[in-house]
Design a protein around this ligand. Structure first.
Ligand SMILES: [Zn+2]
Length: 301
């Protein structure tokens, strides 16, 4: 828990520069990482694109924002190697927009998460989503993409967004966790597409996996004690839930009233995101019959 709290505090303070933007760093024989030039309070030092392979056919995971600088860096890192697949964990704008231009440059198919599902009442997506994403092949939960010396198996992990996948590199025990589990911060869960109940189930799903040696998230450092981190995150969310129930037990409150009571010393740029996260908890608690709402005010049942 203390570990998770430290990570929450880290939200406003990425490590001192220089960050290794634009260069390929080898993390293990099968995995290289290229940092995109898009740091922000939501992306930490930026999106990390991973290249998986030994030099005779690779996969590119989360190609990132459509930035010519980043695409050039990826092309240089790939160095003419055959790209078997461009794989996206989900379709937020900091993850998938480079997929199509990279596919044009390399001739590789886009494989992985589905385009975002639409409700009958209208799009579930907000401005954070990449509306232009299209996949040549969608991987269902448990399906794999293979290349020379590597197998990447998709794990459906909805919650942060409904179309989120993690990719397990079976040869090495690495899991590419996208935005589902990150080391620098807990995931932002934004309704209506983000779903706290699904997110908790997806955390439990990773916690049940004993074969994952290391996580490579899309933002922030690799996680070398992954189950411990996931256990901490589950505990952190349950603590948030209990905090909401306690505060609503005192009196009816709005999301705007709950946020400053729950997040002390929050970076003001993250107030809206924190409010949406509280709302995601409330919707989940409402579904479970523990709270009720009238207009903008929430109370305990
Ligand atoms: Zn995301």
């Amino acid at each position: 828990m203390a570990q998770t709290r430290r990570h929450m505090q880290a939200m406003a303070s990425p490590p001192p520069k220089p960050w290794p933007t634009g260069t390929a760093e080898e993390l293990e024989p099968l995995v290289r990482r290229v940092l995109a030039p898009n740091p922000s309070p939501f992306t930490y030092t930026g999106t990390q694109t991973y290249i998986v392979g030994l030099g005779d056919g690779c996969a590119v995971i989360d190609p990132g924002p459509d930035s010519p600088q980043h695409l050039n860096a990826l092309e240089a890192a790939i160095g003419g190697e055959h790209v078997v697949a461009i794989m996206c964990t989900h379709t937020h704008r900091d993850h998938s927009p480079a997929a199509r231009p990279l596919a044009k440059r390399t001739g590789a198919p886009i494989v992985g998460c589905a385009p975002l599902a639409f409700d009958t009442g209208g799009p579930r997506a907000d401005e954070g989503f990449d509306p232009d994403y299209e996949a040549d092949r969608v991987l269902a939960d448990g399906e794999a993409m293979t290349g020379p010396g590597w197998t990447l198996r998709a794990l459906a992990t909805p919650g942060h967004v409904s179309n989120h996948l993690c990719f397990a590199l079976e040869e090495s025990g690495a899991l590419f966790t996208g935005d589902h589990v990150m080391s620098w911060s807990t995931s932002v869960v934004v309704p209506p597409d983000g779903d706290m109940g699904e997110y908790m189930k997806s955390l439990e799903k990773l916690h049940a996996r004993e074969q994952d040696r290391v996580y490579y998230p899309a933002h922030g450092p690799a996680v070398d004690k992954p189950r411990q981190l996931v256990r901490g995150m589950i505990g952190h969310r349950k603590q948030r839930e209990n905090q909401i129930l306690r505060l609503l037990g005192e009196e009816e409150r709005s999301v705007e009233a709950l946020v400053p009571l729950m997040y002390k010393g929050l970076d003001p740029r993250l107030t809206k995101a924190a409010g949406l996260s509280v709302l995601a908890h409330l919707i989940d608690l409402e579904r479970r019959g523990l709270v009720a709402r009238s207009e903008d005010t929430w109370r305990r049942n």
